[in-house]
Design a protein around this ligand. Structure first.
Ligand code: HEM
Length: 394
């Protein structure tokens, strides 16, 4: 974590990398929502931070004023190009549509068995060791191994994926050199995979992308296949790992919810939606391409907006008792997977991985709590989730 000047005033000088935001952002957001619903900071060359559900929704549905050509608030000018997440209409839709088939509910159902095997193996190792870190020994491996299986590459390459993701999404926010290094290593790795599949196509995601056609009938170029693979890696791994980690953290700290889910496993899908609402991991950003006003606040062209789906999920005007986790919440139209044209393509996969991960964990490790003698940490940046999550069990 870098040392940054302390925040002087959350309404006019906020910093999403400030230690208090990283450890517990919710009281800060609640206070802003009540006093200054669209906060601003001069840091990062100017960024607005709306906290009301309605304002966040309005921005997500207005790509004319709010472009996805910059989706991360970071130091420096470097822009990552990973369409469709970094593209705007009209370029956005053809690429998005081409990526959807591997993530339909039917396609995802075929991965459930493999996901259960992955979770079972991880839990075998945890039980054999007698102690564990819920993030390091469990959550972080699940999406990596599932995506490695989808891509038809060895699960052992997963460690490299995790390093690249940490370099790109965490450390890369303040260190451009690391971000570029991650990008070039990902490009080298996947270029080799694309070359191999061009020689012999298989039944995997890389081969699917090589076979895929854009609406005009053209195949993806190698550059486009590479971009799509990089996006799936970056969008699909630490998001789900963070969501699983937050679910374990919540149940480790709220015994009543843990006990209820152990005795009522059928409640798990509903509880997962609530955990996604309360601990939504992904905060995106947009670049303002034309002067505009949102929530009565004028916004200047060239600056950015932090598009906090997690803050929208905590708006009490939309979700009664929003700061409380109600694991059997009935009405729950949360926006953890975003809103508008960029809404998450991988939501079926993420939900399945979360459900299976928690089903297997609760079945085999029903009694667990945080280990108060070891430190617990949260990630910084676009994706929020536990990175160290020491657990005692049994
Ligand atoms: C709990 C896990 C996940 C969460 C919370 C999540 C959240 C999000 C959010 C909020 C967006 C909208 C981005 C924006 O508006 O700029 C998004 C987009 C996207 N997600 Fe996810 N995601 C998750 C898992 C996944 C997985 C597993 C995959 C695929 C392997 C995936 C692939 C994508 C892609 C490709 C987009 C871009 C869609 C577009 O631009 O049209 N995500 N995700």
């Amino acid at each position: 974590m870098t040392l940054r000047p302390p925040v002087a005033d959350w309404t006019s000088d906020w910093d999403h990398l400030d230690p208090s935001w990283l450890s517990d952002p919710y009281p800060i957001w609640r206070n802003l929502r009540e006093t200054c619903p669209v906060a601003h900071t001069g840091r990062y060359r100017g960024v607005y931070f709306p906290t009301h559900y309605g304002d966040i929704r309005e921005i997500a549905y207005d790509p004319e004023h709010f472009s996805s050509r910059r989706v991360v608030v970071r130091e420096g000018d470097y822009r990552v190009n990973s369409p469709p997440i970094t593209s705007d209409p009209p370029d956005h839709r053809p690429l998005r549509m081409a990526l959807i088939p591997p993530f339909t509910p039917q396609a995802v159902a075929k991965l459930e068995n493999q996901t259960r095997i992955v979770c079972g193996e991880l839990i075998d190792a945890i039980i054999a060791k007698g102690t564990c870190d819920g993030a390091v020994d469990y959550a972080q491996h699940i999406p990596v191994r599932v995506i490695a299986h989808m891509l038809g590459i060895p699960a052992t390459d997963g460690d490299r994926f995790r390093n690249w993701i940490t370099m790109a999404l965490q450390d890369g926010i303040t260190n451009e050199a690391l971000l570029k290094q991650a990008e070039s290593e990902i490009a080298a790795y996947f270029s080799e995979q694309i070359k191999l599949r061009r020689e012999q196509l298989g039944d995997d995601l890389v081969s699917f992308l090589i076979r895929a056609r854009l609406p005009n009938g053209d195949p993806f170029s190698d550059h486009q296949v590479l971009g799509a693979l990089r996006l799936l890696l970056v969008a699909g791994i630490d998001t789900t790992w963070s969501a699983i980690g937050s679910a374990i953290w919540h149940l480790a700290t709220v015994p009543a919810d843990r006990e209820r889910l152990v005795s009522e496993p059928k409640l798990l899908p509903i509880a997962i939606e609530e955990l996604l609402r309360a601990y939504a991991p992904v905060t995106m950003a947009r670049e303002i391409v034309d002067d505009v006003a949102v929530g009565g606040c004028p916004m200047k062209r060239g600056q950015m907006v932090l598009l906090s789906f997690p803050a929208a999920n905590r708006d009490p005007d939309k979700f009664p008792d929003a700061d409380r986790v109600v694991i059997d919440r009935k009405e729950n139209p949360h926006v953890a997977f975003g809103l508008g044209i960029h809404r998450c393509i991988g939501s079926n996969l993420a939900r399945m991985e979360m459900r299976v991960a928690m089903e297997e964990w609760l079945k085999r490790i029903p009694d667990f709590r945080l280990d108060p003698t070891r430190s617990m940490t949260w990630s910084q940046g676009t994706v929020r989730g536990p990175r160290l999550l020491p657990i005692l069990f049994g």
